[in-house]
Design a protein around this ligand. Sequence first.
Ligand SMILES: C[S@@+](CC[C@H](N)C(=O)[O-])C[C@H]1O[C@@H](n2cnc3c(N)ncnc32)[C@H](O)[C@@H]1O
Length: 261
Amino acid sequence: MTKGETLFLQKVAASFGNACHSYVAAARLQQQVALEALALMPEHATGHLLDLGCGPGWIHPRFANLCQQFTAVDLSAGMLAKAASQQLAAAYVQADAEQLPLPDASVDKVFSSLMLQWCANPHAALSHIARVLTPGGQAVLTTLVAGSLLELQQAFACVDDKQHVNHFLPVNQLKATASRLNGMSWQYIERSYTLYYPDVQSLARELKALGANQVAGRQQQGLTGKGYWQKLAMAYDKTRTSEGLPATYQVLQLVGVKDGS
Ligand SMILES: C[S@@+](CC[C@H](N)C(=O)[O-])C[C@H]1O[C@@H](n2cnc3c(N)ncnc32)[C@H](O)[C@@H]1O
C-alpha cells in the first residue's frame, strides 16, 4: 500500500467515524441497496456470517434468519462501536478488508454492502473474501461503479477542473477482477438508483452525514465561497426535474459461491 493510500484509508476511517451517529438517518440509498442484497442471501439460520464494512450495524437484527452467529468488521472504530452497542455479533473486529485478520475457511457466508468502492485495491479485498469462505460458502456484495454521482461530477466540471467526486471503477473492470479469483464462481446484477434533492447543498450535507465525503486524490480544496457554490448550483440546476435535482448511483451486486462443498 502506498503512503497516499494509507493516508486516504485513515481519512476514510475518520470520516465514517465522525458520521457514526448521523449515518442511519441519511442512509436512504444504503438501506435500499443493502436490503435488496440481503434478499439474495439464502434464508437458513445456520453457519457463521461475516458482515464486511458493517457500518453502524443497522441491518444486524435481520441476520437472525440467515446465520447462527456473525462477525462484524469495519475499518472505522466509531462505526464499529456503534454496531457493538447492539451486542448482536459474536465478535466486532476493527480491520481493513484488504488485510482481513480472519482465518482461512472460517465463515460460511459473507455479506458486504457499499464497502468495496472504498478499497484502493478491490482485488485484495475480494481475495480475502474468497480465502475466509468455507468450500460451498456464499458471498453477496454490493459496490458503486462508474456512472455514480455523474450529475454532481458534471456540475463540478463546469466550475473547475479539480477532482471532487470519487473515481468509481467501470463495471467490466470489477467483473474481470472478481472473475480472475481462483475457486469462486460469480453472478453479477447491475442496478441503478436515483435520489432527488431540493438543492446541491442538501446532497453535499447528506454525503457528509454519511461520512462518504472523502475523495481520493483531491487536492486541497482552498476557499470555496458563496460565488463558487452559486456557480455549482447553476450548473447542477440544468439537470433539475419535477422531483428535484437527481443524483444517480450505479450499483453492482456480486453473488459468489466458493467451489467445493
Ligand atoms: C457506506 S458505509 C456502508 C455500511 C453498511 N454496510 C451499510 O450498508 O449501511 C461503508 C462502510 O465501510 C467501511 N469501510 C470503508 N473502507 C473499508 C475497508 N477498507 N475495510 C473495512 N471497512 C471499510 C466504512 O468505515 C463504513 O462503515
